[in-house]
Design a protein around this ligand. Structure first.
Ligand code: HXC
Ligand code: NAP
Length: 304
């Protein structure tokens, strides 16, 4: 990167660029759940560019196959598209068996599949609540369990990366099933890091802030809500995330360059959750003139 001139700080050219060395993932095979769309697709495309073999899984085989075709055309890498509902442990084991048959071994798992919608909690049926818990928490448990058993049996190093949210630690109204489930995945992240570290299995998480995807935006900001509740206004950096930015972070955490990071959660949200947390953060609406008046009111006159 060149030294930035005055306005170059505003352009941020590096946000769109890959960060790791070419071939950083040569001989690595990675499973991404929910890898046919959105952030899973973005992370998977970058892993392929770094030389990985990729398995993308979710419920909709047609979507996965189309994505696999696009990914292979863009990167020249190898992608196996496998239908697998992460709620069902037998389907997860079957998916892993097919992945190993195709590529010989699997080195990393990204628990990215999720389900979510906004609703006042009292309007939810018990089944609606447990549907989200089943996809997000039970799905991440099922995949981690299957991969962990495999790595420990084969005496292989392994790597689990869980995609959570910032409200896994703050909680959030109107997405309570998702908050409960993601909080559970965070607890699993830290627990497995401690328990499976001795098997050379690292477990970490990424907590993204707002990254526009069709899946999230259609369910969380439907219709006019996208204009009325513009996420970027909540972010100190005044923008949403770019897909390559999360792909870079995920690649780093999957790679051996992060070999001593285990059990951590890295937030990538432009400062959004802290903006909501600090008691005085809302004062950004105070103008310079108002600050002048405030200063006069708050400075103690020097005693004569
Ligand atoms: C209330 C709802 C609902 C809604 C479904 N249900 N949608 N309740 N409000 N909007 C209820 C149903 O009535 C049913 O309960 C139960 O939930 C299961 O619904 P199904 O449609 O049968 O479930 P299924 O086909 O398994 O689909 C799962 C889904 C769907 C979660 C409902 O939206 C989906 O497939 N989502 C996958 C992708 C996704 O959600 N991506 C967004 C991730 S974004 P009853 O009682 O009627 O049987 C994310 C980011 C967070 O997590 C942070 C962003 C900034
Ligand atoms: P997305 O495109 O809707 O991705 C969700 C994926 O999960 C889909 O590909 C979906 O595919 C898959 N999925 C859902 N239920 C499944 C099941 N039972 N079994 C297997 N796969 C299933 O949304 P996204 O925005 O990219 O989200 C990706 C991840 O980032 C999620 O964990 C989400 O919580 C997290 N996240 C996103 C944001 C954001 O701003 N976008 C913010 C914070 C966290 P099928 O329908 O084919 O099954």
């Amino acid at each position: 990167m060149q030294a930035p001139g005055n306005n170059d700080f505003l352009n941020h050219p590096d946000e769109e660029e890959g960060m790791l060395k070419a071939n950083a993932f040569k001989n690595k095979t990675i499973i991404i759940t929910g890898g046919g769309t959105g952030l899973g697709k973005a992370m998977g495309t970058y892993f392929l560019k770094l030389g990985a073999n990729l398995i993308i899984t979710s419920r909709k085989l047609d979507v996965l196959q189309q994505t696999a075709k696009e990914m292979e055309a863009e990167t020249g890498g190898k992608v196996l598209a496998l239908a697998c509902d992460v709620r069902n442990y037998d389907e997860v084991e079957n998916m892993l068996t097919q992945a190993i048959e195709s590529f010989g071994s699997v080195n990393a798992l990204v628990n990215n599949a999720a389900g979510n919608f906004i609703s006042p909690t009292e309007r939810l049926s018990a089944n609606a609540f447990s549907t989200i818990i089943d996809i997000v928490l039970k799905g991440s448990v099922n995949c981690s369990l299957a991969l962990g058993k495999y790595w420990i049996k084969e005496k292989m190093a392994g790597n689990i990366l869980n995609i959570i949210t910032t409200y896994a630690f703050t909680g959030s109204a109107y997405v309570v099933p998702s908050a409960c489930a993601k909080g559970g995945v965070l607890a699993m992240t830290r627990s497995l890091a401690a328990e499976w570290g001795r098997h050379q299995i690292r477990t970490n998480a990424i907590a993204p802030g707002p990254f526009p995807t069709k899946g999230a935006w259609e369910r969380l900001l439907p219709g006019e809500m996208a204009q009325k509740f513009d996420f970027k206004n909540r972010v100190p950096l005044k923008r949403v995330g770019k897909h390559q930015e999360i792909a870079n972070l995920a690649a780093y955490l999957i790679s051996d360059f992060s070999g001593y990071i285990n059990g951590d959660v890295i937030t990538i949200d432009g400062g959004e959750w802290l903006q909501g947390a600090g008691q005085f953060n809302g004062l950004e609406m105070v103008t310079n003139d108002m600050w002048d008046s405030i200063e006069q009111l708050t400075r103690h006159p020097k005693s004569s």
